[in-house]
Write a protein that binds this ligand. Structure first.
Ligand code: SF4
Length: 323
């Protein structure tokens, strides 16, 4: 089998870096910032307490200066990134933590517009929840989509209502499906976030999460996260009481390769692991060695001589992993 979406013969999946190099012809930085939003799952609009895995920073633990004005946050992140890649000149600003469409559209406009015209900014990526996209917000996103390279990143995490209730997501799968449909009417690129390793989910359920997401929704990108158990989160109780068991590194690598085989080759893989700060992480400890995990995934793909899309579920194989 030949695999089109790669420059490097070792890569057997359609990586985010590959996509950006081909879209823009050069390396692009994704610059995470904290837009100063809250979350409807924490402030009582949808529920209180938040998702049980969510840290105090709203899943934005790696942002350098989250309370600074937005342009300043951007400059600090870029400065840091330039230590490693000095010559990079183009950026996608990533509104990462909490729910970045949880405000009236005038507020969104006021915050997003502070960064879209900064030198070198070519795109925006907006992290949000599927229940936070009213028509006027979608209309503004559609306008932005005409002006720059836009992604909307939708947290879904699981397609199983039982898991969703157990982790207090406070929205259902249908709300996610409706949100994707409404975004796609304006050709807005959608990247869906799933978490592998949630309490009570088996490997077949995790495979089924990917199958449903790919078959049921017209998405252009996917982020597959490993569950990081962070200190001071509600999920610590699940761990202490035995409802949460960490995946081993080998289980995770095998699972990711199985999931990649299911995903059509044109879908962009934004992530296959996650970053967690060392001092806040309870486990799994092996996840701190991110590059070793990514290399093990490359090795397993090569060992099996397989690729992303080798068992493309949009082509109908297999029907279900679990119901
Ligand atoms: S929706 Fe996002 S920000 Fe809100 S509680 Fe869940 S993970 Fe945290």
């Amino acid at each position: 089998m030949t695999f089109t979406y790669r420059d490097d013969l070792h890569k057997r999946y359609h990586s985010w870096n590959y996509e950006l190099r081909h879209e823009f012809g050069e390396k692009i930085f994704k610059v995470p910032i904290d837009g100063g939003f809250d979350c409807p799952n924490r402030d009582g609009t949808a529920a209180k307490g938040g998702c049980t895995f969510c840290s105090v920073s709203g899943s934005g633990d790696m942002i350098i200066a989250p309370t600074d004005p937005l342009p300043q946050q951007f400059h600090k992140e870029v400065q840091q990134l330039h230590h490693k890649w000095e010559s990079t000149k183009k950026y996608i600003v990533y509104f990462q933590n909490f729910t970045n469409t949880h405000a009236p559209v005038e507020v969104l406009r006021q915050r997003y517009e502070q960064v879209v015209n900064l030198p070198g900014v070519v795109g925006l990526s907006i992290g949000t929840r599927p229940d936070c996209l009213p028509p006027e917000t979608i209309a503004y996103l559609a306008e932005l989509n005409q002006r720059l390279y836009l992604w909307v990143e939708l947290g879904l995490q699981t397609t199983f209502e039982s898991t969703s209730n157990a982790i207090n997501r406070a929205h259902d799968y249908q709300t996610y499906l409706d949100a994707v449909e409404r975004l796609r009417k304006h050709n807005i690129r959608v990247c869906t976030h799933l978490i592998n390793g949630l309490p009570g989910e088996t490997i077949p359920m995790m495979l089924e999460n990917v199958r449903r997401t790919i078959v049921d929704s017209d998405i252009q990108g996917i982020k597959l996260h490993l569950l990081h158990l962070m200190k001071k989160t509600r999920m610590v109780k699940d761990y202490r009481e035995g409802r949460l068991k960490f995946l081993t590194r080998d289980e995770y690598v095998q699972l990711i390769v199985d999931q990649l085989e299911m995903i059509p080759p044109e879908i962009i893989i934004h992530r296959l692991t996650g970053d967690a700060p060392f001092d806040a992480l309870i486990g799994p400890a092996w996840s701190l060695k991110k590059w070793e995990v990514l290399n093990a995934i490359d090795d397993e793909l090569a060992h099996r001589d397989t690729y992303q899309g080798a068992k493309d579920v949009r082509k109908g194989v297999p029907a279900f992993y679990v119901r």
